[in-house]
Design a protein around this ligand. Structure first.
Ligand code: NAD
Length: 423
């Protein structure tokens, strides 16, 4: 706990994050003196976002931008549009970005934003108005040298394009580097859309090798079939794994012989989600957690792997595509049961890594090929997962704790080196 008056620290994603920090503190030796800096955000902004709806009425939405830590560079982190978004969640997500950018050793801090809204309930015009007003409201704290947003649940390339345009319009000149995950024709990077899913596959492949688990023929279950889950599933299928079970917001489907992902994608062009896909059998959402699988990829929302689910999970490897999908107590159960968890802060770091490449390309106005981007991404992530793996072996701890040790050391060394202003 850190006794913040404006966040309920007893529950939610922020509570999970604080528990993770408490677990790493004993490994940090003299740097632990600075650990409180990680237990509070540097800056948290709550904004009112009023918009005129298509029918002429006015609605108000609640928006946030939290900069958790800027010791190592500008803030970096996505923007989420979801009805459950609140300050607790956004602050935890910002903190996980601080850890994530440090694990991969990118020159960024951690930030996150969001609006409490169901984007599916708005028309495209309403979504654009919402995004532009929100961008104006947070405009004074974002910028290429301050804090660089990106997509997250419920937002996409188009939303990033509107953010770039609104920020640029307010400045009076084009600022492509204010946001990443933009369309390529607006200064986006090749390979960005698929980068997070690719990172899940690359880190998962390395962890599987270490665990002597063959990807060829492995059964994979994926929760969330959006940007992250669908690309990760795709790459595992290309490596001859069988994607047997998929859950999204519409329901859960199962086919023990492997779901035909191309056919599913065509089906989803006409349907809101996976439910009803003729090439698989519908099962209940609870049955997802009992399914036969070797690899589980949670790639939807946080707080999905509870103790109860961890106790019955059949997977040998969990690849955290989503941020914060596993409760700390469930982590303990998975450890006891010998199930390896590749933690979110490294597993889904592919997106922020290519976002970093996009920011570098925007600033230098020089763009790389997709091949160059994927090569650099693979190299960076393979190095990072091996560093984490070696730390875990040396300290005899989980991959999550090892990732936090590496990250917290980097952040707190920077914090200590900068000193406390005014001294
Ligand atoms: P997305 O909006 O593209 O897809 C989200 C998916 O989750 C959809 O398939 C949706 O149907 C499903 N979903 C939503 N609520 C659900 C529920 N209650 N039960 C089951 N499924 C549900 O989002 P995304 O970009 O793929 O992000 C997914 C996760 O990955 C999030 O935790 C996000 O923070 C994390 N992440 C995303 C990126 C990125 O680059 N997009 C990077 C790092 C981490």
């Amino acid at each position: 706990m850190s006794n913040l008056s404006y966040i309920n620290e007893e529950a939610g994603a922020w509570n999970t994050y604080l528990a993770q920090i408490d677990r790493v503190a004993p490994y940090l030796q003299h740097l632990a003196d600075y650990i409180d800096t990680l237990k509070r955000p540097k800056r948290a902004l709550i904004v009112d976002v009023p918009i005129v709806m298509d029918d002429g009425t006015i609605r108000h939405f609640e928006g946030y931008r939290v900069q958790h830590n800027l010791s190592r560079g500008p803030g970096k982190g996505g923007i989420r549009y979801h009805p459950d978004v609140d300050l607790n969640e956004v602050t935890a997500l910002a903190a996980w970005m601080t850890i994530k950018t440090a694990v991969v050793n990118l020159p960024f801090g951690g930030a996150k934003g969001g609006i409490r809204v169901d984007p599916r309930s708005l028309s495209t015009r309403e979504l654009e108005r919402l995004t532009r007003r929100y961008t104006s409201e947070i405009g004074h704290i974002i910028g290429p040298q301050k804090d660089i947003p990106a997509p997250d649940v419920g937002t996409n390339q188009n939303v990033m394009g509107w953010i770039m345009d609104t920020y640029s319009s307010n400045k009076g000149y084009t600022v492509t580097g204010v946001v990443t995950g933009k369309p390529v024709h607006l200064g986006g990077s090749l390979g960005r859309v698929k980068a997070t899913g690719r990172g899940v596959y690359i880190t998962g492949r390395e962890a599987a090798k270490k665990n002597n688990l063959a990807i060829d023929g492995a059964k994979v279950a994926v929760q969330g079939f959006g940007n992250v889950g669908s690309e990760a599933a795709n790459l595992f299928a290309q490596a001859n794994a069988k994607v047997v079970c998929i859950q999204d917001h519409t329901g859960t489907i199962l086919n023990n012989n492997g779901i035909d992902l191309d056919a599913l994608r065509i089906y989803m062009e006409e349907h809101p989600g996976v439910l009803g896909f003729p090439g698989a059998t519908p099962i209940t959402n609870d049955e997802f957690w009992d399914a036969e699988m070797d690899i589980l990829i949670p790639a939807a929302l946080e707080g999905q792997i509870t103790v109860e689910r961890a106790e019955k999970l059949k997977a040998k490897l969990v690849l955290e595509g989503a941020n914060g999908p596993t409760y700390p107590e469930a982590d303990d159960v998975l450890l006891q049961r010998g199930i390896t968890v590749v933690p979110d802060v490294i597993c889904n770091a592919g997106g922020v890594t290519v976002s970093y490449f996009e920011w570098v390309q925007d600033i230098s106005s020089y763009f790389w090929t997709e091949e160059e981007i994927n090569q650099r991404l693979d190299k960076l992530l393979i190095q990072a997962i091996h560093d984490v793996w070696n730390t875990a072996e040396a300290k005899k701890c989980t991959l999550r704790t090892a990732a936090y040790i590496l990250a917290c050391e980097r952040i707190l060394i920077a914090r200590k080196g900068r000193g406390i202003f005014p001294g």
